[in-house]
Ligand binder design. Structure first.
Ligand code: C2E
Ligand code: MG
Ligand code: MG
Length: 613
């Protein structure tokens, strides 16, 4: 037993005090004690005949056979005798115990209380006591027991020995500890969970109230595209990634900071006692740096990006929930900016979020005030660099906050449902525009139009009818319209979506899968869908290196599209090298900043004229 020596020392020190009490009684042997113990229960009058059987031998047998652990200690606390249950619990044989004192097996923190209660028994202040104590077994396993200690006295009320009854609570305590742990820790990563994080945050905010010069920061983290990893590599790898990520995050903070997994791929960090925002930013940088090396998960090498929302405590935060909510708001912004970055919360962000919400519920006014406009990004034919068509992309120019990206406001519009109205407006506006251009460019091949559809729009049963009406009203040829839908939008309600897509297809409208490769679709699902064009997500295109590396996924997507008779458009081409890489893979059409950013209608028209002359 590691702690034996120190326990023995404290035990002998305590023994000295116990000795003082022992002086008046003297020590007694095990047999004498057991015999005297029997005496205590012996009535003064002559025993009834059937109790003759309760002789010393029988009593010893009962003692031995009891399923409750029992031991007898002398007045110094040394073992005199122990039954089998007790020996089983502590792992010692009875003869080994005889050489030991009870304190030798007891947690040092529990010894003083035991001694003091023991002295109360000796002094006759009580007859017995019950207590929960901690001990070690012979093989150094911790034991948690419920102990009942009874003072055994002789006929003259002189103390003879202590009788200890021991119930082993170790398994129960372990279970309780597990339950407590489960209530406050995340099972997968072992990190604090949301409940514990919120609790620590509340404590931190209370401390800040007392010490107004101190500062803390909350970081809200969310893995970018975790769903893709989970869906493509499997949940097992997803779980391993979360665990490994927890380890890396832990290495980026101090021991006094709290790292928690709030659920799914969401984590939070509480940085206490920081000097200011710079400290929080330093942690963000450290985290982003630590993710530059891929995770090795089984046979895969996985790169993970993370978005972080940061909020610093400042005077006026009464509620810890404000801090968490604001960190979440900042995270939302980081995500809308494309992820893999951190954003710091400021008050305008909150006002902005409110404005977003207002706009999302009253979008028709934004249209009337001409705050919502359409920009157009060309789709280029690689073989001759001519503009084949354009994608209409919505823009919102807020009078107070300036340009707000669709990545930020489209999800809010989705949530409020206003997207269906705005989507109709986009379609009508864009169809009119393209018709006008087609008339202005009579000698060109007709420019095609790509319009994005959201999940909510796709869920409308009369979508095909709406599209048909708008095409009729504006006069755009059906075959010149290409509707873009993300895999996610389709998979949200596959059965209904397939029906609507078939109706659209029946109108002779072209259908594209947007951002292909990052959503849910298993490749086999694709065959079920009436799709004409795959738009490869820009995250794959941007990984293509100058020497043509990282082309495997793109090659697979192109082969797949070819085998299903679909056309390909690669999104997000920014460099000549990416363009050449795509050309080598047999991709025909591209879109990206390398050729043009989304442009206002006037500039877009000029661009088309110049490219297609
Ligand atoms: P999307 O449909 O995939 O559109 C392409 C996005 O990639 C556009 O972002 C475009 O500006 C950007 N992009 C194009 N080339 C490059 C490049 O070379 N590099 C980089 N880094 N980015 C490039 P934008 O305009 O911010 O739109 C974001 C998303 O918002 C769109 O993604 C689309 O899903 C949605 N969206 C835009 N307009 C509408 C709309 O009218 N209706 C609906 N439902 N969604 C829309
Ligand atoms: Mg699109
Ligand atoms: Mg796209």
């Amino acid at each position: 037993m590691n702690n034996h020596s120190s326990v023995a020392e404290s035990a002998s020190a305590n023994r000295a005090s116990a000795n003082r009490a022992a002086v008046t009684t003297g020590a007694s042997s095990a047999t004498a004690a057991a015999a005297d113990a029997a005496k205590v229960t012996e009535p003064a009058a002559a025993p009834p005949a059937n109790q003759d059987a309760l002789n010393t031998k029988t009593l010893k047998q009962i003692f031995q056979l009891s399923p409750i652990g029992m031991t007898i200690l002398d007045l110094d606390g040394r073992f005199l005798s122990a039954n089998q249950s007790f020996c089983d619990a502590v792992g010692y044989a009875e003869y080994e115990l005889i050489a030991l004192s009870f304190k030798d097996l007891t947690h040092p923190e529990d010894v003083p209380l035991l001694c003091s209660l023991g002295e109360q028994l000796l002094a006759g202040k009580r007859q017995h006591f019950q207590i929960e104590t901690r001990h070690w077994s012979k093989d150094e396993k911790p034991l948690h027991v419920g102990l009942t200690v009874t003072m055994v006295r002789d006929g003259y009320q002189r103390p003879i020995c202590f009788l200890l009854q021991v119930i082993n609570l170790t398994a129960q305590k372990w279970m309780e500890a597990q339950l407590r742990h489960r209530a406050f820790y995340d099972g997968l990563t072992g990190l604090a969970n949301r409940a514990l994080f919120v609790n620590r945050l509340e404590q931190a905010v209370i401390r800040l109230e007392r010490n107004t010069s101190a500062q803390c920061a909350v970081l809200f983290l969310d893995l970018d595209r975790f769903k893709v990893i989970n869906d493509s590599l499997g949940h097992n790898i997803g779980d391993k990634l979360l665990s490994a990520l927890a380890g890396r995050l832990e290495a980026c903070i101090r021991r006094c900071d709290t790292l928690a997994r709030l659920g799914g791929d969401e984590f939070a960090i509480l940085l206490e006692d920081i000097d200011g925002l710079e400290d929080a930013i330093m942690v963000c940088d450290r985290i982003h740096n630590s993710l530059k090396t891929p995770f090795k998960l089984d046979k895969y090498e996985v790169f993970a990006n993370i978005s972080i929302g940061v909020v610093c405590s400042s005077v006026g935060y009464e509620e810890s929930s404000d801090l968490l909510r604001n960190a979440d708001t900042a995270l939302y912004r980081a995500k809308a900016q494309g992820g893999a970055c951190h954003t710091i919360f400021d008050q305008t962000m909150h006002q902005r979020a409110v404005a977003l919400w207002q706009m999302a519920t009253q979008a028709q006014f934004a249209v009337q005030r001409e705050e919502l406009t359409l920009h157009y990004q060309p789709v280029i034919d690689i073989s001759n660099r001519r503009v084949l068509g354009v994608e209409a992309l919505i823009r919102w120019n807020h009078p107070q906050y300036g340009a707000i990206s669709p990545g930020e406001f489209i999800p809010v519009m989705e949530e409020t449902g206003v997207i269906t109205m705005i989507g109709k407006w986009v379609l009508r506006e864009a169809c009119q525009q393209i018709c006008q251009w087609q008339q202005q460019l009579p000698h060109h091949d007709p420019i095609k139009l790509n319009v994005n559809l959201s999940a909510r729009q796709l869920a409308q049963k009369d979508l095909a009818e709406q599209v048909n009406t708008i095409l009729k009203e504006t006069g755009l040829a059906h075959k010149h319209l290409r509707l873009e839908i993300t895999e996610t939008a389709i998979m949200q309600n596959l059965v209904e979506a397939i029906k609507v897509l078939q109706e659209l297809r029946a109108l002779d409208v072209c259908l594209c899968i947007d951002d292909f490769g990052i959503g849910y679709s298993s490749l086999s699902r694709l065959q079920q869908l009436p799709i004409d064009i795959l738009k490869i997500d820009r995250s794959f295109v941007q990984n293509i290196g100058a020497k043509g590396e990282n082309t495997e996924i793109v090659r697979t997507i192109i082969d797949l599209a070819n085998s299903l008779g679909m056309d390909i458009v690669a999104e997000g081409v920014e460099t000549e090298a990416q363009l050449e890489g795509l050309r080598a893979l047999g991709c025909q059409n591209v879109q990206g900043f390398y050729f043009a950013k989304p442009m206002t209608p006037d500039i877009a028209l000029e661009f088309i004229k110049k490219s297609n002359q």
